[in-house]
Design a protein around this ligand. Sequence first.
Ligand code: FMN
Ligand code: SF4
Ligand code: SF4
Length: 267
Amino acid sequence: MILYFSGTGNSRWAARRLAEKLDDELVSINAALKGGASDGGTLDGGASREGAAPAVSSHRPLVFVTPTYAWRMPRVVARWIDATRFEGNRDAYFVLTCGGSVGNAAAYAKRLCVKRGLRFRGLAPVIMPDNYVALYETPDAATCEALMAGAGPQIEKAAALIADDAPLPEPPVDFKARLRSGPVNALFYPALVHDKAFAATDACTSCGACARRCPLGNIALVGGHPVWQGACTHCMACIGGCPTRAIEYGEKTKARRRYCLEDVTGA
Ligand SMILES: Cc1cc2nc3c(=O)[nH]c(=O)nc-3n(C[C@H](O)[C@H](O)[C@H](O)COP(=O)(O)O)c2cc1C
Ligand code: SF4
Ligand code: SF4
């Protein structure tokens, strides 16, 4: 079972390719977090039954595909895995799309697996365009094209190992990577992950796409205009996917390209 979380489409793209290569079902953690339906998988997503943990049942290995946030899987995904009941196959693979480095993310995925009684089978990074427009410049079209061309073979390599029931390679981790995935990650969320700087300009047409795309249901349309509700995970789906480029994050994004590969709420 391929379970993905994605803000701007990279991880969904990677997950779809893995599902094709492995001939496996594709399940949306975005939909589960929002309490809706999955991509067709057998996921009892969200906390749909009162008092019961959401359940996932799969006879095939679990393959989690997510972006990298501050050199680890997104905190919302780690929490979802922690709160979910997994039935059937206990093998867990992780494929993290990233703009350059996953740091020591594998150690934290492994720790979560131990806690949940899953068998950690490794973590593969897949380098793709960096979507973090709130903090950085995003790559230009030519760079994105080159990165996408390079991502395919990385996914195929991971898929081949998963198909063979083999572990993913464990590359050595240096001090900088440990620092980034450890204390820097811990500081990142309280210091930077908030939605106070988001605002919609007069270019907003009240189309509602931002509210629909937000995987956490964190955007309400009030009088036709988006209002951020304070429970943001900085996935960049709203700012990256606004069709009229009406969303800014403070002043700096005014001059920055938006990045969005695909609308992850679409089929
Ligand atoms: C909040 C946030 C934090 C990020 N942190 C990292 C990081 O630590 N390392 C990295 O290489 N890329 C980082 N990125 C880039 C994304 O991981 C990358 O663009 C990913 O492929 C986006 O996936 P998505 O399109 O499925 O949302 C970050 C992006 C965001 C929005
Ligand atoms: S996606 Fe853009 S245009 Fe549509 S409601 Fe949101 S801010 Fe307005
Ligand atoms: S408000 Fe925007 S950046 Fe925050 S979680 Fe929702 S879509 Fe992502």
